[in-house]
Design a binder for this molecule. Structure first.
Ligand code: S3P
Length: 184
């Protein structure tokens, strides 16, 4: 099917961004609006592995988690769905290639200062288990911002923005993006 005849519901957006940026919650709202299923990549990995993310990190290490993440992404991408990825999915070159091949990719761009209030003390996130969440987020942002930037078709600054507003901005972008596709 030509992109020109695509309705919004035939676009399968992928959400990326640091942990706590709202990928899952905004993804769910977006999926409802587009009448699409929502795939949360972390949930998919957990269901497939039969273990929680902290258990996978603890028992097998981050590298194994990253492999599971890449396998999961390859399995779900291309399906008609909104896909919310884990914050570190962008670290893998394979995943970044997948992202580039399956636009549109939407980056929920939130600052560490905004995120720390949302995720501090969350025991389901092994990468912040060591405490000093703000500095940890700053380190992650330094490494990952350029990677998100490189993959994203749209960056939505999330600070001070309500979820309903974020959703409106994303829908506005998707309409614009679809029009651009029609011209190509
Ligand atoms: C991670 C983020 C988590 C999860 C895992 C690793 C990361 O997902 O995939 O704990 O590397 O930032 P969320 O971004 O949904 O919290």
């Amino acid at each position: 099917m030509k992109a020109s005849s695509k309705k919004l519901s035939q676009i399968s957006p992928i959400l990326v961004g640091l942990m706590g940026s709202g990928k899952s919650s905004i993804g769910r709202r977006l999926a409802t609006r587009l009448d699409l299923p929502m795939i949360d990549l972390d949930d998919y990995i957990v269901a497939k592995a039969g273990r929680t993310i902290p258990e996978i990190f603890e028992q097998d290490g981050e590298a194994v988690f990253r492999q599971l993440e890449t396998e999961a992404l390859a399995e779900v991408v291309g399906k008609p769905a909104v896909i919310a990825t884990g914050g570190g999915a962008v670290l893998s070159e394979t995943n970044r290639r997948i992202f580039k091949a399956h636009p549109p990719v939407i980056w929920l761009k939130a600052t560490p200062e905004f995120l720390v209030k949302r995720i501090d003390g969350d025991s389901n996130r092994p990468l912040i288990a060591g405490g000093d969440t703000l500095n940890r987020l700053r380190e992650l942002a330094d490494i990952r911002y350029p990677l998100y930037e490189a993959c994203a078709d749209f960056a939505l600054p999330r600070c001070d923005m309500k979820k309903s507003e974020a959703l409106r901005e994303i829908l506005r972008f998707l309409k614009k993006w679809r029009k651009q596709q029609e011209k190509q």
